[in-house]
Design a binder for this molecule. Sequence first.
Ligand code: NAP
Length: 526
Amino acid sequence: MQITGEMIIGSQLVRGSAGEVKAYNPSTRGEFEPGFGQASGADVERACELAAQAFDPYRSLPLEQRARFLEAVAEQILAIGPVLIERAQQETGLPQARLEGERMRTVNQLRLFAKVVRDGRFIGATIDTALPERTPPRPDLRLARIGLGPVVVFGASNFPLAFSVAGGDTASSLAAGCPVIVKAHGAHLGTSELVGRAVQRAAIECGMPEGVFSMIFGDGRTIGQQLVSHPAIKAVGFTGSRGGGTALMRTAAARPEPIPVYAEMSSVNPVFLLPAALEEGGSVLANGFVDSLTLGVGQFCTNPGLVFAVKGAALDAFTAAATTALAAKGAGTMLTAGIHDAYNSGIARFGATSGVRLVAQGGLDGIGCAAQAALYEVDAADFIGNPELQDEIFGPAALVVRFDSAEQMLQAAEQLHGQLTATVHVAPSDHALAARLLPVLERKAGRVLFNGFPTGVEVSHAMVHGGPFPATSDSRTTSVGASAIDRFLRPVCYQNVPEGLLPEALRDDNPLRLARVLDGDLKVAE
Ligand code: NAP
């Protein structure tokens, strides 16, 4: 399929007229032809107008048709074939196997949401029957959750398929019945076009209302801000930097009608090595840790950037084994020149921080945007006095904090900022200490995991990829897994609405065969 540099606005392919941006190869630092036309204000206006018009017809479609649309998007992505992987490889420097895995994850994510839509439990259908004899009488009350309205999705640089144009935010918005406008990420413009066209083909094939999906090319600070400010937009999905996420939160909050921004931003994902686990498994733990740290050149939201352990011979052995493992890791190409520059300034800042010592480094080949992995250590007193050491360095860098005692480590856990994940390595004799640590970590992180490493986020029903600020803008939500759909729904109560006017989910005869709560009891349809 030919890449043309055109945007998708409803059923049209539109060449943006406000300048042109070239796609970029971070391995060679070369640019691609053709350029991508950038959106004008009029393009944003048109996409928002179409999305607003599409909202009622789209959300009113039978659930089966909505589910089928999500499945058709998955099929159309697969139908692009190897050209998608080749283009994504050129634009991101990520290896073929990783991108093929990510494509499968994207497709399975869409299929999972199709299943969630068919199941209908996300509607939360709840009925309190009228009690006319009661004093005062109770009216007939019926609750169903509907979509918020059109959603703007900012594609993420670090997951060019699974968290970009047809990724988790788009899939969960569409599943909730919300039209989507994607602001494509400049780090993979050609990949975005290929996937955007796949979504457009699926929308046309499935007879979706025009405007259910659009994709815009443009600068975040102008076009992205204009999208978030537009009155037709009712929510935002974002994965990226803390600066970008908080800028969008401010814009959304300052609108005449404020709207929610679901931003997934920065997390250093602390790993606690409890004393007996460290004693028993030091070198195995070190290898697992280095693999997790360097996976995807450290460009994972769940990259383990902080290690907490009590100092002593076991920690020294862990650091020595990690040093050997890290030295064997070659340099990997980072996603963009901007991310590469940010990484280099982050490690330079670390290196210049009082008390922080460089203990190990990976290889460096110096080609393109290659990043050299780095491991630092610091004594607890220096860490506790410097909250900036908790700032995310996006890439393969981590800091080992050396505590004098387990008590001091527990106290420092209380000082942690909000995190996507917190990891604890335990042996059976560590359980008493772990039992004291767990309630602290529950307050700090969206996912607490034991005896593993945080990279690798399963797309499933029980997954939480969220956490308190600055990990995300709203700790009540997840951006991965079936519950991600909840972000784009709101409840409506129908009081004494005549049966024929009620949504199907709430009718007496339950035509959708939904599990519903009836007068406080869960009733499963036969
Ligand atoms: P980014 O700079 O936050 O950009 C993400 C998206 O938001 C882009 O489409 C960008 O548009 C837009 N944007 C940025 N600032 C904006 C603003 N003030 N107003 C409106 N839109 C704005 O993230 P990135 O380019 O992916 O990577 C840069 C850094 O983000 C990394 O070095 C890393 O620190 C962090 N990051 C973190 C995660 C994570 O999961 N924790 C993931 C990815 C990146 P433009 O590109 O047009 O500006």
